[in-house]
Design a binder for this molecule. Structure first.
Ligand SMILES: Cc1cc2nc3c(=O)[nH]c(=O)nc-3n(C[C@H](O)[C@H](O)[C@H](O)COP(=O)(O)OP(=O)(O)OC[C@H]3O[C@@H](n4cnc5c(N)ncnc54)[C@H](O)[C@@H]3O)c2cc1C
Length: 400
């Protein structure tokens, strides 16, 4: 039986990138996925993802985003595909809105990260200044905004396809539509058993199974993860479609005014192609927890689409109409404070796991894949620091 240097479980955003960088470094690598990425069952589909460099979730994420931007551009050069459109990210915040992705002071963090990493930004001090430049946003008195210019759109399925193609070209072996059932570390290696009765061995295993990752880690760890169903909407544009063209509309994150003491936010993208495609804009659901194998993929037109339009879209984006041209469901894998968790499994140094979901992981996946490959082959990441995402740091956050 062939023994691999590394087996990667999950070929989505992070696992795919790690597989590519492992193969590029000369490691003998096998990547296994239970579906055929890019697919619609996990967390990496729906056309687009926001990328930004001045990261509100914490300044420790900025170097990951900046490195990823370089890597996306490298992959564009190698594949001839457009993966990243840099047209800025506007973060709008009301006077009383501070929390986003479970992070206090999100807006302040954007400014701090921009200054620390010399990221070009433009600030809009009041609602009038925002409205003059971006009339599509019905901002309120007290709103302010910051435009991160080193930001924009990532084409999520294209990124995954490009990564897996490059991984194959670099010599990785990929096994699609094959479910990993068991990962058994021992003193001499790790055995991986699949649903079709195959058995593989490797020196090390990386678990990058997204919403299914909690099934593979010890109970003391899995209890920190919650998987939630999210809905993506493309709402009809009923007036002024030019306002949403990429040259007039950056990606946007909007911390809405607090209602009944509750914080909420929406995020959206510029128009892709014809105005009839609608505008992708949505809000985040905080629960309930769901089983990734039992997700309701139907979107209810009344309790979901109509309610979302009334509550989150109509008051803020009056050019959009109530009809959803398209909807999709997707999974968040949440850990407290939306932290990434990247560490060895407490049961074995040979098993590394990486969970970057929490709603903001895609933009960082290229650099995470590279760093994980370095950690697995060299013992330490070289380009970016993964220590802020170790388990001991999560425990600090949980105590805080
Ligand atoms: C609605 C939504 C909006 C988002 N918006 C943004 C955004 O704007 N910007 C941003 O940066 N991030 C965003 N994110 C987060 C980002 O998309 C995720 O962090 C990222 O895609 C997660 O990548 P992953 O590799 O962990 O998971 P995935 O890409 O889902 O990959 C996990 C893979 O593991 C495979 N797998 C699972 N179990 C097994 C098994 N037993 N055997 C073999 N294979 C297995 C799955 O099939 C899957 O392919 C968003 C997420 C969602 C859901």
């Amino acid at each position: 039986m062939t023994k691999y240097d590394v087996i990667v479980v999950g070929l989505g955003a992070v696992g795919g990138a790690a597989t590519y960088h492992l193969a590029k470094s000369g490691a003998k690598v096998l990547g296994i996925d239970r579906f055929s990425p890019p697919h619609k069952q996990g967390s990496s589909h729906g056309d687009t993802r926001i990328t930004r460099a001045a990261i509100g979730e914490g300044v420790e994420y900025s170097e990951l985003a900046l490195r990823s931007h370089t890597l996306w551009r490298d992959m564009e050069a190698l594949t001839g595909e457009t993966l990243f459109r840099r047209n800025g990210c506007l973060t709008i915040s009301g006077a009383d809105a501070v929390v986003m992705h479970d992070v206090d002071a999100f807006f302040v963090n954007v400014d701090t990260a921009a200054k620390r990493f010399a990221i070009p930004t433009r600030t809009f001090e009041d609602a009038a200044a925002i409205k003059t430049r971006y009339p599509q946003f019905a901002v309120q008195p007290g709103d302010k905004a910051i435009l991160d210019e080193d930001a924009g759109v990532l084409y999520v399925e294209r990124c995954i396809t490009a990564t897996l193609e490059l991984a194959t070209q670099a010599g990785a072996q990929l096994l699609r539509d094959t479910q990993v059932l068991q990962i058994e570390p021992s003193g001499s290696g790790v055995a991986v058993a699949t649903g079709d009765n195959q058995r593989f061995t490797a020196d090390r295993v990386l678990i990058a199974a997204g919403a299914w990752l909690p099934q593979f880690v010890a109970a003391e760890l899995s209890r920190h993860f919650t998987v939630t169903r999210q809905v993506l909407y493309w709402f009809e544009i009923k007036s002024n479609p030019e306002r949403f063209r990429p040259e007039n509309c950056p990606v946007f994150i909007w911390q809405l005014p607090r209602r009944n003491g509750v914080e909420s936010s929406i995020y959206g993208f510029p128009l892709e192609g014809d105005a009839g495609n609608g505008l992708k804009v949505t809000h985040e659901e905080s629960g309930p927890a769901t089983d990734p194998d039992q997700v309701d993929r139907n979107v209810d037109p009344v309790t979901e689409t109509a309610r979302t339009y009334r509550t989150y879209i109509e008051p803020f984006l009056p050019d959009l109409g109530p009809r959803a041209v398209r909807t999709a469901t997707c999974l968040y894998t949440r850990v407290d404070r939306s932290r990434f968790v990247i560490d060895h499994d407490p049961r074995s140094e040979r098993v590394l796991f990486a969970s970057p979901c929490s709603g903001h992981g895609f933009k960082h996946s290229a650099a995470l894949g590279e760093a994980l490959a370095e950690q697995l082959t060299l013992g330490q990441s070289q380009h970016v620091d993964l220590t802020p995402f170790r388990l001991e740091r999560l425990k600090e956050y949980l105590r805080a």
